[in-house]
Design a protein. Structure first.
Length: 545
């Protein structure tokens, strides 16, 4: 059965089995795959299954669907490993592997519960049992001292393999950890006394060890009916093998967790493993699992702290790129504000007075977080370099060319730029696929500014045209990013343009800062504590006289 692996912008993952002839994807809760993403249409795309094949189709979405970086115009067949990009989400299509599934364990394999085999508290029945028990305890005590000191993971892996080589007569040993989604056992360290190190372990054996929390002992591979006829096995000269889970007891009484496994084998000419070796290896694996998990958590904590410091510095730098205060324009009130929904954001706004005219701009980079913030800085540089051109349409063409040459194929920017002549109130503007700003007249009538062209970054030769409007006394212009109108509350309701229009008409007598405060108060009251899902940026310009 085919499967879709879904990765969100925040790194969270989920999986969906493609078990229907038609699987819908979108922002609506009635879709089979519901993705709460403001860049998606309610019914954005769908996967259609016919026979043994699956096909991807875009459902006339607003922002399009990308397959392996290319926009989907007509229905496209999906193949194993294809990547579908939808707004902030990355979907990977996987098919069942063509290779036949291996049998769970070779014939003759002895299987032991990893928890029971490590129970050494039982009293010894014979002198041999006491000798074996003492040896196990000595090995465990020595290993605990060796592994007590914190080491980076590569050094820890090397020390664990050395302990196993010193204790058990293995010729080769490998440590595998579970990684990926779906998780698979990946070789993280391997060593061989002679010949090639271990590059992989039977998937079925690894799966049984991890899922069933058991240790496997293959005493003599040459006598095993499954392996004795396989040239690939015979060519390695393997005689005996042991596989034990890297298992530790989780805090809080939530049971045992398995993070991987240890595999080792001996070669023809050396001694075969014994039951005692299996007990020792399983105990060492339990001890190693705790040390590996602690080392991973410590490294993740240090890395998280480093990332938080980097993000804090990036946030300070980004705030420094946005206007600290609005310029003073005689006869007008002007203000702007930006609230990123993460530490850094992809929204941008700017003001400048050039030769007596007011220039202002607002852009919204697709996506959020660090990537969007980097593109925001590139947009700011492009705008600053070109917005003083005599004609805004020409400036938009040049800005778009710069953006298209510097953004990935699956990114774009919605953008609005205006030039105001304060004395006359004449406003020229270019709207590049942005939410149309709202111009509220003194009478309460409302106009939207939509002339311009397509979003920035899709094509480097896109044409743009200028729009013209005029601000009369007591008229107010509100430019905003879609994080304002696409504010959601706990009941999954959207704030929407209608509420914003009603507010602007009711509060049109306020100055720019008062109108901006009213908008922010309104959306915060509507959200009622629900976390913002997108950056919010607003520019308010009002002609007072």
């Amino acid at each position: 059965m085919s499967e879709i692996s879904i990765e969100s912008a925040d790194g969270s993952r989920q999986r969906y089995k493609v078990a229907k002839d038609r699987v819908t994807i979108g922002r609506s809760r009635d879709c089979d795959i519901f993705l709460p993403d403001q860049w998606l249409s309610r019914h954005h795309a769908e996967i259609r299954c016919r026979g043994q094949s699956a096909f991807l189709a875009d459902m006339r979405s607003k922002n399009g669907t990308l397959l392996n970086g290319e926009r989907v115009a007509a229905e496209r067949q999906l193949r194993h490993g294809d990547v579908i990009s939808l707004g902030e989400h990355r979907l990977t299509f996987t098919e069942d592997e063509d290779l036949p599934e291996e049998t769970a364990a070779p014939e003759g394999t002895r299987i032991f519960s990893a928890r029971e085999i490590t129970d050494i508290s039982k009293p010894a029945a014979t002198a041999d049992d006491l000798r074996r028990q003492n040896r196990v305890l000595m090995v465990l005590h020595s290993a605990a001292k060796e592994l007590f000191e914190h080491r980076p993971l590569p050094e820890l892996f090397d020390k664990i393999i050395t302990l196993i080589f010193d204790t058990v007569g293995a010729e080769r040993c490998a440590i595998l950890l579970r990684e990926g989604d779906p998780p698979r056992e990946v070789v993280k360290a391997s060593r061989s006394r002679q010949g090639q190190p271990i590059e992989s372990v039977s998937r079925s054996i690894a799966r049984q060890v991890v899922q069933d929390k058991v240790s496997l002992f293959i005493p003599n591979i040459l006598e095993d009916a499954l392996f004795s006829t396989q040239d690939s096995i015979l060519s390695t000269g393997i005689r005996s093998a042991i596989c034990a889970p890297l298992m530790y007891t989780q805090s809080g009484g939530s049971g045992d967790a398995v993070i991987g496994l240890i595999y080792l084998d001996s070669l023809i000419g050396s001694r075969s493993f014994e039951d005692e070796d299996l007990t020792i290896v399983t105990l060492l694996a339990n001890l190693a699992a705790t040390r590996i998990e602690n080392a991973r958590l410590l490294e993740e904590s240090l890395e998280k702290r480093r990332m938080e410091d980097d993000m804090r510095i990036a946030s300070e730098i980004q705030r420094g790129l946005l206007p600290s205060v609005a310029p003073l324009v005689p006869g007008y009130s002007l203000c702007g504000v930006n609230f990123p929904c993460r530490t850094v954001g992809g929204d941008y706004y700017d003001f400048a007075l050039e030769d007596g005219s007011l220039l202002f701009a607002l852009g919204d980079v697709s996506g959020k977080g660090t990537g969007a913030a980097l593109l925001m800085t590139m947009l700011r540089a492009a705008v600053r370099a070109h917005w003083a051109q005599p004609h805004l349409a020409e400036a938009a063409i040049r800005i778009n060319r710069t953006v298209a040459q510097n953004v990935p194929s699956n990114k774009y920017i919605t953008f609005f730029m205006g030039r105001l002549e304060p004395a006359s109130g004449r406003l020229t503007y270019v709207n590049a696929g942005h939410n149309p700003p709202m111009l509220v007249r003194r009478s309460g009538d409302l106009e939207t500014l939509s002339d311009g062209g397509m979003v920035l970054g899709l094509f480097d030769s896109a044409p743009y045209e200028e729009g013209v409007a005029e601000l009369s006394a007591q008229d107010a212009l509100v430019v905003y990013s879609d994080g304002v109108t696409e504010t959601w509350n706990a009941s999954d309701e959207e704030y929407g343009e209608g509420r914003l229009v009603d507010l602007l008409v009711q509060r049109r007598d306020q100055d720019a800062s008062g109108l901006q405060a009213s908008i922010l108060e309104s959306i915060e009251a509507f959200a009622a504590g629900a976390k913002a899902t997108d950056d919010r940026t607003i520019i308010v310009l009002k002609r007072e006289a």
